[in-house]
Design a protein. Structure first.
Length: 486
């Protein structure tokens, strides 16, 4: 989730968002100071140093994604990505043909003929032209030019690469561009989701701490009241029945608060752990985005491996065919001049040279057109590569945000009070009767109304007064008197 504009209200209430704001660098010194005051200077420094390196897809997986992208593109367009150098060979041959009849000896022509796969001697009608020393005629130039044309027709230089590049420009590059756009959207959405989950965890943690703080304050109030009554009783002063009843109520209340704080802790930790798990599940989105980037990068590297070479080869082939057209045309012209009005062998070679010149001119035009279109493809490919770099930057930023959110949730703490000890039970006297242990009575769940005034706080009948004389002798036993009367 790239930060375009800073929402300071949110940053002051959400550590998850604040750490993204800090890492974005789009805040003023004053805003940074506000965040440092809210979250602590140490937190600000920590957030600035967090990066998502440990959550990156490993190099092996990324390289596999690149290889997969290259293989998929090669299979889609039906070309393995090999380079071509035919244009350079043809340039040398056509250059030789352009001047062979003028200044270059037969050795050069012979070498060119060998490159074409021709014999060391070329049969022309009933004559054989040797490729030995000395200058050769326009006929040799025409033959060489015709051979270059034949080679072009047989091999169709650069056309396979050109067709593959046009398919790539039409489908693979647009698809790669779309995949990168989707990756950026997915990354932003994932970070937004993770930030919301992190903020939810923050809110639950804060709410739980607020409840614990409230309950602890109540616990402390109850314990203070209890201890005041206990100290009063232990000082020798008797408690009223109402005070005794209050003590009996305070004990289970303190116990209930202690248990409640434990329940808050357990429930909140469980909820935050579930949220943390959901955040971790989101890493799959980041991994998938990284694989997408790798696949597109692999595809563009595959294309880069032969598009510029093919363009250069097209220009070279165009030059070769242009020179071939010129050399064949000049040779044909001279041969036409020599043939006069008769149509003999010279005229045949003149016609052959003319045809070669026309064909090579057409080939040169085609190669130039191919080079120009490949030039457009190269621009498109470079644009996609630039987009790969941009998306990698987005990936790095969002992965850092992901790591920051993980850190925020991991740092959440429940402020569990250590002092939740319930006072030790004690026996205290009460007005109107013998004292008991109201703390123990409260812990046992005995209600104050169950006890008679002056009775035992544990319940049951009140004990007989210790100052009453014992008058239960045998003479006053009513059963015994009855027996005596009988």
């Amino acid at each position: 989730m790239a930060i375009e504009s800073v929402d300071m209200n949110r940053a002051l209430n959400s550590a998850s968002y604040a750490q993204q704001v800090i890492k974005s660098g789009k805040i003023t010194a004053e805003e940074r100071a506000q965040l440092a005051t809210k979250w602590g200077a140490d937190k600000i420094q920590l957030w600035e140093s967090i990066d998502g390196t440990e959550y990156k897809i490993d190099d092996v997986s990324y390289d596999s994604a690149k290889a997969a992208g290259a293989d998929a593109a090669a299979e889609s367009v039906g070309y393995d990505g090999g380079k071509t150098g035919a244009g350079f060979v043809d340039l040398g041959l056509s250059a030789a043909g352009a001047v062979v009849g003028r200044t270059i000896g037969g050795n050069l022509v012979g070498a060119a003929a060998l490159k074409l796969g021709l014999e060391k001697s070329v049969k022309i009608g009933t004559k054989t032209l040797k490729s030995g020393g000395g200058k050769l005629s326009d006929v040799a130039t025409v033959i060489l030019a015709s051979a270059i044309v034949a080679k072009y027709l047989a091999q169709k230089p650069n056309e396979e690469q050109y067709d593959a590049l046009m398919k790539i420009q039409e489908s693979e590059l647009p698809q790669g561009n779309t995949a990168l756009e989707e990756a950026q959207i997915n990354l932003a959405d994932a970070t937004e989701k993770v930030t919301e989950l992190s903020e939810e965890a923050e809110a639950k943690n804060e709410e739980a701490n607020d409840k614990i703080e409230e309950q602890k304050a109540l616990f402390d109030f109850y314990r203070t009241e209890y201890m005041a009554l206990k100290e009063k009783a232990q000082s020798g002063e008797k408690l009223t029945p109402e005070e005794k009843a209050l003590m009996e109520k305070l004990t289970p209340l303190m116990q209930e608060i202690g248990d409640g704080i434990g329940t808050i802790q357990e429930d909140t930790q469980g909820e935050i752990e579930d949220i943390y798990g959901s955040i971790e599940d989101s890493q799959e989105i980041y991994d998938n985005s990284a694989e997408t980037i790798g696949e597109v990068e692999g595809m563009t590297e595959y294309v880069e491996g032969f598009d510029e070479n093919t363009r250069a080869s097209c220009y070279t082939e165009a030059a070769a065919q242009g020179i071939n057209a010129v050399s064949a045309g000049f040779a044909a012209g001279r041969l036409w001049a020599k043939s006069g009005i008769t149509f003999g062998a010279t005229s045949v070679y003149a016609a052959l040279g003319t045809a070669a010149a026309i064909a090579s001119k057409r080939f040169a035009t085609k190669q130039l057109d191919m080079a120009n279109q490949i030039d457009n493809e190269i621009d498109d490919r470079r644009n996609v590569q630039d987009f790969v770099g941009e998306t990698q930057g987005v990936f790095e930023e969002e992965l850092d945000n992901y790591a920051g959110n993980i850190e925020v949730v991991e740092d959440l703490e429940l402020e569990i009070p250590e002092d939740l000890e319930i006072p030790e039970p004690t026996t205290v006297p009460t007005e109107g009767g013998q004292g008991g242990d109201p703390l123990a009575a409260g812990a046992a769940g005995i209600k104050p109304e169950d006890n008679n005034q002056g009775g035992s706080p544990l319940g049951g009948p009140a004990p007989a007064p210790t100052n009453k004389p014992e008058e239960n002798d045998e003479d006053e036993d009513p059963n015994k008197k009855k027996k005596d009367n009988e």
